[in-house]
Design a binder for this molecule. Structure first.
Ligand code: GLA
Length: 383
């Protein structure tokens, strides 16, 4: 049975359907919460959602087709346990009340995702952005995309994942064949059209799962914030974006025990994002590939958020002689690598990568060709 039919049997007839995609990130990792630049895109995998609003509904009611699971909660319900997927909507409803003073009316929503779970394609950002798109549509709100991205980000914070703005922003603003060149200081972006012509982006999923809240993500963030805090003794800065390499020298002199190598990585990664935009605009895929490899080595050796499985896949990409650029994508400690490759080499690369990875880790990695696509939208309405 299709999702719409299931929705019809479980709930009131839907009034509209929403699409909310996952995201990839070409380059610019861990720069978002440091006020830097990122270059993500929404992809053609995502959530299909059906919504029914009705004043007679007395609780939020959700159904996930992937999990074949139904959940419900009221506004006065105590916090759902961490393992309950409905906790995202519960946190979002609270964030909308706290930030916007809006009491979201009860509704029913059913959803189905084509985003491979655990691969670092931001399912949670997609889900939150999808809920926000539905709520905005029903209540005819004037929210900007940046406002919605911020609400989705605060929802993750409420759940304990201290993430940046990149994922929901990309999911909301994504466009066909384009990357979103996002400045995370001003929360504004430029759309970079990127027709890949003879090239493709292939994701290889290590199948090693990570959890932002439990991983070193928050630790890295704190390390960067500590550098900014110390720098404020001699300059004015809100994020690493406001500092220069010379400022790190001063910090090293004064506080030899404080680690600044992470900040150094952020400076370099920000520069690589600018260069990647120029490479994309001039169709320099070889140059773009080099920047991707450099990004990975920085994440591996300086920011230290990679893991053996990701390093193995990037190393395998170099060894294969087929891949122009490869790097870990997203928060790290697992998830996928993103590989830039000529179309003619895609199947040889997939075969090589999966065979090598499986024989080393006894895990079959899944692969996906990622296509930059349209972001969240209301797709159909009824009645
Ligand atoms: C996760 C977070 C993002 C970003 C990346 C690392 O995907 O959700 O905000 O920080 O990690 O670039």
């Amino acid at each position: 049975m299709g999702l719409k039919e299931i929705h019809d049997t479980l709930f009131n007839p839907p009034q509209f359907a929403v699409w909310a995609p996952g995201r990839i990130n070409l380059i610019g990792e861990h720069t978002d919460y440091n006020g830097g630049w990122v270059l993500p895109a929404a992809i053609d995998r995502g959530f299909e959602m059906y919504f029914s609003f009705d004043e007679n509904i007395e609780q939020f009611e959700l159904y996930s087709k992937n999990l074949d699971n139904q959940q419900a909660f009221t506004r006065t319900h105590e916090s759902l346990p961490a393992a309950n997927w409905a906790k995202y909507l519960q946190a979002l409803i609270l964030v909308i009340k706290e930030e916007e003073g809006i009491i979201v009316p009860y509704f029913q929503v059913s959803l189905e995702s084509s985003i491979p779970p655990g691969g670092g394609l931001s399912s949670s950002a997609a889900m939150n952005a999808g809920f926000l798109t539905g709520i905005k549509h029903f209540l005819k709100l004037k929210w900007s995309g940046a406002k919605m991205a911020q609400l989705a980000q605060l929802t993750e914070h409420k759940i304990g994942a201290n993430v940046g703005i990149m994922d929901p922003y990309a999911v909301i603003y994504g466009e066909e064949n384009s990357f979103i060149f996002l400045d995370c200081q001003s929360n504004s972006h430029q759309v970079i059209n990127a027709d890949f012509h003879d090239y493709a982006l292939v994701l290889v999923d290590t199948k090693v799962t990570h959890n932002h809240a439990e991983s070193g993500y928050n630790d890295r963030r704190k390390t960067c914030e500590r550098v900014v805090e110390l720098a404020n003794a001699f300059t004015k800065a809100q994020t690493l974006r406001d500092l220069k390499p010379d400022d790190l020298v001063k910090i090293n002199d004064e506080y030899p025990n404080v680690s600044t190598v992470e900040a150094e990585f952020i400076f370099e990664e920000n520069k690589r994002v600018q260069e990647a935009v120029m490479a994309l605009q001039s169709g320099d895929f070889v140059g773009l590939g080099k920047l991707m490899y450099a990004s990975h080595y920085g994440l591996q050796n300086k920011y230290r958020v990679s893991c053996p499985e990701l390093d193995f896949l990037v190393h395998t990409a170099t060894r294969s002689g087929l891949v122009l650029g490869a790097r870990m994508m997203g928060g790290g400690f697992g998830g996928s690598t993103i590989n830039l490759i000529h179309k003619d080499n895609v199947s040889s690369w997939i075969k090589f990568a999966t065979t090598e990875y499986e024989s080393t880790y006894q895990i079959y990695p899944s692969t996906l060709i990622a296509r930059p696509s349209k972001g969240c939208e209301v797709r159909e309405t009824w009645g």
